[in-house]
Design a protein around this ligand. Sequence first.
Ligand code: NAD
Length: 275
Amino acid sequence: MDPNASSRRFPSSNRLKGKVAIVTGGARGIGAATAELFAKNGAYVVIADILDELGTKLADSIGGRYIHCDVSKEKDVESAVQLALAWKGKLDIMFNNAGIGGPGGSISNLNMEDVRDLLSINLFGIIHGIKYASRAMIAGKNGGSIICSSSSAAIMGGLASHAYTASKNAILGLAKTTACELGVHGIRVNCISPHGVPSEMLMAAYRICLGRDDLTPEEVTQIVGERASLLRGRGGSMEDVAQAVLFLASDDSGFITAHNLVIDGGYTSACSHLS
Ligand code: NAD
């Protein structure tokens, strides 16, 4: 299970009572925190990931379901949606969260196979998610909420690799255009853009950048808090992101669609104030 899970302090409430949700990439990191928070708010959660052991453990602990689902494979994503429909007869929330980092290096030396691999997950995975979730939501005639993981890297250049940055920008356009089409069905499509959350993905990037294999999540949070947040030393957490996703998933955000909710402690708006 996610090492952070036991320390989470989510109060239970019923903001998603009876709703059915899929969280791709829900076995660990931001996805796991969100799956937990959804369940604590009364949702039935399907975790769709490739980390079978972690995903199954977490699903069992929150009364959810786990399915092995490589989001780059259209059939796998279709099967995840089918599981939700077979389990509870509907799908209300799709959190298209699965993503990978890299590949680094200069544009003139990019390995195109690596770029294709990244886009097959970070971009095609999201297209698959929107395609099958919207199909189920339209058939269900009860609206729905689709949330896609973009990134601060979609807002500022130079924060991440070329391919990652391109994928996260593409998601913003994709979500807006999808929102235009699906609004008539009461389906909202929004993005989130987190920054500096010490997940496995970010830790791997920081370890390479700083050349330190022994870096801890606490150290990364401290670094982010000092260098990449306007909030006086406060870095971001998985729970911060999960709470924002909960808002977009719930009826509290019922008039919000085609939006990109930035969760970055102000970093991308005012980086010139930071040392
Ligand atoms: P993470 O590596 O902890 O989690 C990513 C999850 O996606 C893992 O559970 C992994 O197994 C899963 N995954 C990877 N490839 C998959 C595939 N082909 N099919 C299904 N699942 C797959 O990292 P995270 O930071 O929690 O990342 C979650 C999302 O948040 C990503 O889309 C990432 O780009 C985005 N994001 C994170 C940050 C941050 O600061 N951590 C910032 C901006 C955006």
